[in-house]
Ligand binder design. Structure first.
Ligand SMILES: Cc1cc2nc3c(=O)[nH]c(=O)nc-3n(C[C@H](O)[C@H](O)[C@H](O)COP(=O)(O)OP(=O)(O)OC[C@H]3O[C@@H](n4cnc5c(N)ncnc54)[C@H](O)[C@@H]3O)c2cc1C
Length: 376
């Protein structure tokens, strides 16, 4: 293991992996430090949705599309599979259909490749959508589904092929360039990129404390692999999701939908529940999620959240087998006002973290942006 690199990357989640990849592809020597023996943070606990449709128009949407492009190159080179599933947002209420119709009218000129489909059009695209009461939906071709467990476990091996030195089981406890110290060893680097996820306490705690960053806990579920090789097709979202993704804030009709949900579904509002559906490489279905904000994360999961999530899922999803095989929660970091957080706490040290619920989507685009900004 070399003791010196041009760039030290701290964190083996998707942001750290993406930064190490980008730096290595540009010909720099890189050491990647991951505290755990394998990464167990947000990046391995998510839906694996590369989801440009969720990003607001302009810079963030462009970054998501660029990120998607790099994702496909990386996955192909790393011999990792992915599904170009696209996505469907489905509507069962008039107000949901109004928002989605409006989105389908105004989003394409803003660069979103999507269209409104009536109920039969949706059902032609997906066997997994519940036909009863279906009003239609928005189809978008841009979304990809990756299997986060495969990707986060295997990308480090691919990075090694590119010459990256990967140090797992190594928490970086101090950066004073050129020195980068773990609990047991000392390394040297010209630059450091810190992608420490929601760890605000180990490195630069004072800066994090002053930075308006917080944590969000999400509860998740997964079924066993669906029988007979059943395929989900497009990843799915429904009416509750329209409240969350910034892209839909373009729609003037969104306010009415939000008001109805607040009145009709206070229990969903309490834990900010909506339902996304994706499929992993082995055929299992991932379902979630909820949003509980705050620096202190409740380690105990709430059965009520899982029940509400499943009830909502059953309202629009048809699955051969709904039985839950796994439950877990994930935590991501987010900033109160910015789509991600950057800081330079010391010359040559760059913190890049807190892409909120869009870190898988933005990762490679964000890494390219960081690397373009470094003086190398
Ligand atoms: C349940 C859930 C579902 C989600 N679904 C999606 C989705 O489908 N699509 C999407 O785009 N986004 C999704 N997100 C958001 C996305 O997962 C995150 O934004 C993203 O994973 C954050 O990546 P990260 O690398 O910053 O953090 P993490 O994945 O948390 O990685 C940080 C890593 O840094 C390591 N680390 C921290 N400090 C140190 C140190 N001092 N030394 C060494 N190592 C250190 C940690 O051990 C950890 O492995 C979801 C998030 C959750 C929780």
């Amino acid at each position: 293991m070399p003791r010196r690199a041009k760039i030290a990357v701290i964190g083996g989640g998707i942001l750290g992996l993406a930064h190490a990849y980008t730096a290595a592809r540009r010909g720099h020597s890189v050491t990647l430090f991951e505290r755990g023996h394998a990464a167990t943070g947000a990046s391995i606990r998510n839906f694996g949705m590369i989801w440009p449709i969720g990003q607001p128009p302009g810079e963030m949407h462009q970054m998501a599309l660029r990120s998607r492009e790099i994702w496909t190159e990386v996955l192909s080179s790393a011999r990792l599979s992915y599904l170009p599933t696209g996505s469907l947002h489905v509507a069962y209420h008039d107000d949901e259909a109004e928002v989605l119709r409006e989105f389908a009218a105004i989003a394409p000129p803003a660069g979103y490749n999507c269209e409104w489909l009536d109920a039969s059009g949706v059902l032609e695209r997906s066997d997994a959508v519940q036909p009863r009461g279906l009003k239609g939906g928005v189809w978008s071709a841009a979304e990809l589904t990756v299997d986060p467990r495969l990707v986060i476990r295997r990308l480090p091996s691919y990075l090694r092929e590119l010459g990256v030195a990967v140090k797992s089981g190594s928490a970086v406890t101090r950066i004073d360039l050129p020195r980068v110290e773990t609990g047991a060893e000392s390394f040297e680097a010209d630059l450091a990129v810190v992608c420490s996820g929601d760890d605000f306490e180990t490195l630069f705690p004072g800066l994090f404390r002053a930075s308006e960053l917080t944590r969000c806990k999400l509860q998740m579920m997964r079924t066993a692999p669906q029988p007979g090789g059943w395929q989900l097709g497009p990843a799915l979202a429904a009416g509750l999701t329209l409240r969350f993704y910034k892209a839909f804030q373009m729609c003037t009709t969104l306010g009415k939908l939000k008001e109805r949900i607040t009145l009709e579904k206070p229990e969903y509002e309490k834990y900010l529940i909506h339902v996304l559906v994706s499929q992993t490489a082995d055929g299992a279905i991932t379902l979630g999620d909820s949003h509980e904000y705050g620096a202190a994360v409740d380690i105990f999961d709430k059965a009520e959240i899982d029940e509400l999530t499943m009830r909502e899922a059953e309202s629009f999803l048809r699955l051969p087998d709904f039985r839950v095989a796994e439950r877990w929660h994930g935590v991501y970091s987010l900033h109160s006002a910015k789509p991600f957080f950057e800081a330079e706490p010391a010359p040559g040290v760059h913190i890049v973290t807190a892409p909120g619920g869009s870190g898988m989507t933005l990762s490679f685009g964000l890494a390219e942006r960081t690397m373009n900004g470094l003086s190398l």
